[in-house]
Design a protein around this ligand. Sequence first.
Ligand SMILES: NC(=O)C1=CN([C@@H]2O[C@H](COP(=O)(O)OP(=O)(O)OC[C@H]3O[C@@H](n4cnc5c(N)ncnc54)[C@H](OP(=O)(O)O)[C@@H]3O)[C@@H](O)[C@H]2O)C=CC1
Ligand SMILES: O=C(CO)COP(=O)(O)O
Length: 338
Amino acid sequence: MTEKIAVLGAGSWGSMLANILTENGHEVRIWSYNPDQVQELNEQHTNEKYLKGFRFSERLRADTDMKAVVQGADDVLLIVPSQVTRAVATDLNQVLTELNSKPALIHGSKGLEQHTFKRMSEVIEETIASQYRASISVISGPSQAEGVARKDPTLVTVASEDLQAARHFQQLFMNNYFRVYTNHDIIGVELGGALKNIIALAAGTLAGLGYGDNAKAALMTRGLAEISRLAVSYGANPLTFLGLSGVGDVIVTATSQDSRNWRAGYQLGQGKALETVINNMGMVIEGIATSQAAYEMAQLTGVEMPITEAIHAVLNGEETVAVAIQKLMTREGRAEIG
Ligand SMILES: NC(=O)C1=CN([C@@H]2O[C@H](COP(=O)(O)OP(=O)(O)OC[C@H]3O[C@@H](n4cnc5c(N)ncnc54)[C@H](OP(=O)(O)O)[C@@H]3O)[C@@H](O)[C@H]2O)C=CC1
Ligand SMILES: O=C(CO)COP(=O)(O)O
């Protein structure tokens, strides 16, 4: 069945997901606040700053007017950097109020709100009035936009407390290069997607310093152990961390040179200043804000997160990378499990 879908956010992931939905036969409109980007998408069918060299479906239409994009939509996908999700959802609430409509909502952002530590579905739930929303779903998993652009077989998961909603979005997104599973554990899926960015930053840093495969495997394994420990303390199902939005996303972002978090870490490892790294990237590096949130969550809950602490200290200029690694390596011996 063809649906009308509004996508809010036209960065690399928003525009790529919009293209998948368009190729799947849906009528998709994408919103961006940048008129030049809207013109480029509509006329050249490209989005060069965010997805170099990729040509989008000519059926995908872009607009700067959020109300025009959302009008008549059966579904709305929010896909902006986590720290602006609340602002965009607030505008969406206004639009839904004016249109008096109640589309199905899904987001694909991988981060936690600074200071509140809220997951994005919690931010959206708080922001959109209950009469204009049903359950909220999230799409997450190992899915670099650049890989999807190359039609690399990609597997993701859609999580929601409402499995019917998750199945609805599964059907909308599925095709022969993009396979979608469902998961009931929205806490685990959102926390997995957000927290793995810390491990990706750390993995890039090790690579930038010239460390090899042993260090990478060590970091990914112990990184997964600590992020799942934190997530379980917030109610996640530990098995989710053996799945696509746990180990799957750690693998792709901690090894792929397409990952912005990995690339940021790599430059930090090579000695570049954080500010330079952020300016050079021109796209969101979610792990920076998320490492601050996770550090504070660990302090609050007493969950041990040594890698997160190390990354937090490096990003805040409290420790050099060399000192942080030495501290991690010379911690008191421990049992691996338990
Ligand atoms: N890229 C990927 O491969 C994947 C990304 N994700 C997640 O998706 C989310 C979005 O990432 P992605 O698309 O890659 O990010 P990008 O940095 O590529 O793009 C973000 C987009 O949001 C826009 N934006 C920034 N601030 C605002 C605002 N206040 N209001 C409206 N729009 C704004 C940016 O515009 P401008 O630059 O003009 O300010 C840009 O178009 C992130 O949480 C990311 O972790 C998840 C899976 C894969
Ligand atoms: O989450 C992602 C892939 O699953 C994208 O990661 P980056 O933001 O590091 O590119």
